[in-house]
Design a protein around this ligand. Structure first.
Ligand SMILES: [Zn+2]
Length: 156
């Protein structure tokens, strides 16, 4: 019941973009202890930001609201099954659970083909469409070692 209420809010946020054509028709809310602590609609077009997907916008809002980078104990409600970037953001945020409405296939049917991204992520790095070249491993690894040895670091 509560799940449906929060998911309806996510769908409502997506509807605003669908009607005003201000961004992709996607909305998301983050809930902790039964309260909405962050919400967002897709802002890719309005913010000139390809990473401003609804889930990322909602996670950023929730973290600002709560003053944390760790959303353990929270649930994310999203109007559509997330793309790989948003799935990773949800995992990085340590969110406990996800509830969604539209599927990846539904998104693909209106031109948002995240399926290709999921395929790319699963490929080895030299098998992807994105050319990738590794350089300066020793120099970068030295910085990792510096961080690993820093007693003031905050692991997350
Ligand atoms: Zn996304």
């Amino acid at each position: 019941m509560s799940d449906e209420k929060h998911l309806r809010r996510a769908i409502e946020l997506s509807q605003g973009n669908a009607e005003a054509a201000t961004g992709g028709p996607f909305g998301a809310v983050v809930v902790r202890d039964g309260m909405i602590v962050g919400e967002g609609a897709n802002r890719v077009i309005t913010d000139f930001d390809p990473t401003a997907h609804a889930e990322v916008v909602a996670i950023r809002a929730a973290c600002r609201q709560l003053g944390t980078y760790d959303l353990s104990g929270a649930v994310i409600y999203t109007s559509c099954e997330p793309c790989p970037m948003c799935l990773a953001a949800i995992l990085w945020a340590r969110i406990d659970r996800m509830v969604y409405a539209n599927t990846r296939a539904d998104a693909a049917a209106i031109g948002f083909d995240d399926a290709w991204f999921y395929e790319q992520v699963a490929l080895p790095i030299d098998g992807r469409a994105l050319p990738a070249q590794r350089l300066l491993g020793d120099e970068a690894r030295a910085v990792f070692q510096l961080w690993a040895q820093n007693p003031d670091k905050i692991p997350y």
